[in-house]
Design a protein. Sequence first.
Length: 590
Amino acid sequence: MFVFRRRFNLNKVANCFLQEHSTINKVMGTSSSRSFSPKCGTSKNENENRGTISRTDSTNHYVESVVCKANDLKENEMKVFDIGEEGKVLLVKQKGEFSAVGTKCTHYGAPLVTGALGDGRVRCPWHGACFNLKTGDIEDFPGFDSLPCYQVTVTEKGEVKVRAKISDLKSNKRSKDMGSRAPCDDTSVVIIGGGPSGATCAETLRGEGFKGRITIVAKENYLPYDRIKISKITTPTDIEKLQVRNQDYYTDANIEILKGVEATKLEPEAKVVHLSNGKKLPYSTVYIATGCKPRVPDIPGIDLKNIFTVRNYEDSVNILKALGSDKDKNVVVLGLSFIGLEAAASCTQASKSMTVVGKDTEPLGLIFGPEIGRSLRKLFEEKNVKFHFETTITKCNGENGMIQSVELANGATLPADLLILGVGSTFYTDFLKDSGIALRPNGAVIVSDKLETNIKNVYAGGDIAYAPVFAHNDEQMAIGHIGLSQYHGKVAGLNILKKETQLKTVPYFWTMLFGKSIRYAGCGKPSSTQIEGDIDALKFVIFFFDNSDKVIAVASCMRDPVVSQFAELVYQGKSLYKKDLKDDPFAWTK
């Protein structure tokens, strides 16, 4: 079963409910009567006729309210309802049962009522994160927190009553219980990589009951943080605000993080990881999620100062410092893909001039095609961004060690007080070359559908993993998306615990350029496309087809939640073909 809602009236959004924690069921306490007027599109008199009540447990800080009648929701419908004066819940009716959960995605706060409703879960309309309707647990990513889940009962009068913890209504998110800090057993999991994949693996292990030692080896001097915001170089952000958890969280979960340390060698036979600080770390199982490093072209002058890549927190801080506040810097960006364009879009207002250089004929043309590329070029040019297409930088010129200009293959010379590189990446896997672990020629790690390498008890995931992709007939690919990296961390953690879980991946990524958010779900090289909508206005949907006219991917701009709907369709094992789009390209979403 799969249900989509194509149109949403945000004035009538209503909510959905999930069963709350077992402790909630045990604690009722005394309550006092409070007035309540639900906002589900009904008049005051209608609410009074329902006999709607609201009760607050002052001792344990719970609120209990009748939010609507059972027939106010159709089968496979979700709505948002007020619960007293305390907050809102998302109520879902599916298979004749009701569930109630938080209303917003825990990643960046997207309203889930406008997302894609699948079988037993709801998918975020913005970035594809998925939440279980019965537990609130996050099942697909990005994001680290689950949804609060609320107790629902239906009275003999057909009234739907929701009971919720007031603090959950206010926070709209929930961290999974990491269990007690029981004495560790003799097992030890070493996670090489302090990014989102490694962090998710650690949380999965502890949340699923692992009692052994967990150690994260993190190259950077920070706790795991939201790397997505790094290429949005706008204003300085304290690293504490970017970190997904604080130190107390990891301490309470008994997760040790070695910051500023790299793995230099892996010895699977001895089950030892060699570290850059000279120490050796023994393990029972190891998960490798070291990610990518930015590619730096080998051209004269590339070692001059004020030449930057965009990968980590220090990069964004250094770019902001170099830009300064006087708006007197000429900036050149090399690269017409996501990183380069995001950096250009975010730095334009802080610079004197902005020029983007690349080998493609249009921005993102190789991905979305020339029509969309031309519209994106127009969007950038309206913001005073200049382009040099079908060329590249051949030399960087400087004075006193600082870059001052760049020479292009087309003969042009551009003033450049800053150069930002966005020309791809390579894998942080050099330390594995003598380990016996099977690697691709480009350094990607070959793994099974459970993320195990050719060596027992050695797992790998995230950007470096050459792994089966469910959405592409389980063909192995290495895909660098943060949501997929986190999903790999979860799957690796479950398989390390022998809770056998196969990958079921639907790649999902997005970019934000001058306020226009473009989303994409699926993968594969298309043989043809079909565009619906207004390309010039950047309000469109693109269907990508393979040779059999099967839709292998969908992209959109200002047409949410169609990409999330497609991702959920594919996740449920269903297919869409060009013939299905003939009479109504969006009939499948209704």
